[in-house]
Design a protein around this ligand. Structure first.
Ligand SMILES: Cc1cc2nc3c(=O)[nH]c(=O)nc-3n(C[C@H](O)[C@H](O)[C@H](O)COP(=O)(O)O)c2cc1C
Length: 156
């Protein structure tokens, strides 16, 4: 499967999950591609313009990944997703990273927002992961578990 892995990341946490998932997908025989969304301006609602705006049309399946900010999906990913064209029944996986340990402090909401926006464009959600980024990030074991879980969603 040609998989578009579309990520917005400010400090590199979410990008590092995507890079690990990339390795796992490539190992499983997929053809993954990482595309970063980049902006000009401040990553706050109505204060930025998207500079690198990854296209989705060429992919068989998609991964969207972005951090939680202010108990919600980061506004850059939200704006990017809202402007996408139809996602044509593409199998889709969602990832978010966040600092606070409880998932209800924005993690569930960020996943739900990505899912709702893309489902309205006919994406077919396969699953999602929330990774907690404390001082040192998730443990190696947590990261491996999440990446293995996410990779096997594309197995069928
Ligand atoms: C402006 C801002 C707001 C944030 N708000 C939250 C929050 O509401 N809940 C939370 O758990 N983490 C919050 N965080 C922490 C980030 O979600 C966390 O560090 C994330 O892993 C950053 O990912 P990145 O390096 O890919 O940008 C916030 C970070 C920033 C910069």
């Amino acid at each position: 499967m040609k998989i578009g892995m579309i990520v917005y990341s400010e400090q590199g946490h979410t990008l590092s999950v995507i890079e690990k998932l990339y390795d796992e997908l490539a190992k499983s025989g997929h053809d993954p591609h990482i595309s970063r969304i980049t902006i000009q301006g401040e990553p706050q609602p109505n204060k930025f313009e998207i500079v690198n705006n990854p296209a989705t049309g060429e992919y068989d399946a998609l991964v969207f990944a972005a951090p939680v900010q202010a108990f919600s999906l980061n506004p850059v990913m939200k704006s990017y997703l809202e402007k996408l064209p139809s996602l044509e029944n593409k199998p889709t996986v969602y990832i978010t990273t966040k600092q606070l340990v409880f998932r209800w402090t924005g993690g569930n909401r960020a996943i739900r927002t990505m899912q709702q926006i893309t489902q309205a464009k006919d994406a077919q959600p396969l699953g999602s992961s929330i990774l907690i980024w404390g001082k040192n990030g998730p443990s190696e074991d947590e990261m491996t578990k999440a990446v293995n879980y996410l990779a096997q969603l594309f197995a069928n």
